[in-house]
Write a protein that binds this ligand. Sequence first.
Ligand SMILES: C[S@@+](CC[C@H](N)C(=O)[O-])C[C@H]1O[C@@H](n2cnc3c(N)ncnc32)[C@H](O)[C@@H]1O
Length: 181
Amino acid sequence: MTPSDLVNALPINKSKGHDCIDRLMRIIIHAGFFTQGEEGYLLTPTSCLLLKNEPLSLAPFVQAQLDPILMNPWHSLGEWFANGDSTPFATAHGKPLFEYAGDDPRLNRLKSLVDVGGGIGTVAKAISNAFPQLKCSVFDLPHVVEGLEGGKNLSYIGGDMFKSVPSTDAILLKVKEFSTI
Ligand SMILES: C[S@@+](CC[C@H](N)C(=O)[O-])C[C@H]1O[C@@H](n2cnc3c(N)ncnc32)[C@H](O)[C@@H]1O
């Protein structure tokens, strides 16, 4: 994508176009998220992980990490060092993370979960029964999950979490077959 295409595609005030975007892109290129070739800006393996339709997309994780709820505790770090709160989260929000999550429905809109090292799925089954709308997957070593049947909202995936590529492939295959996550 050329710099002009990028400026036109972005929902920005065009007076802040070329110069500002060019500066910003130089920082992002320096950080390894884009390269610049003759055709313009090009994605790198790192930025591919942020694409919505990339099967290994980390976009939802990054969005969650950058949400003010999780960013504000960083701004409270200095105060937290001086006070008696258990975590910077409690300093920023006045209560611990899980209590806060219980009060803010925005943090409870889970559609799916994978219990990594979930054994025979005891916990995942309990969660799945309590929240039938949630798609649950149990990921454990192949011999642990062999022969186990889940059900409508529970599936088992055999793999080894320390052999990242085969496990990731196994998860993706199973997840595609089971549902869209
Ligand atoms: C302490 S058990 C916990 C089981 C379950 N989460 C529970 O709370 O009942 C640890 C689980 O991790 C699994 N595990 C160990 N190494 C693993 C690996 N490399 N890849 C996937 N699972 C593994 C084991 O098979 C075992 O089921």
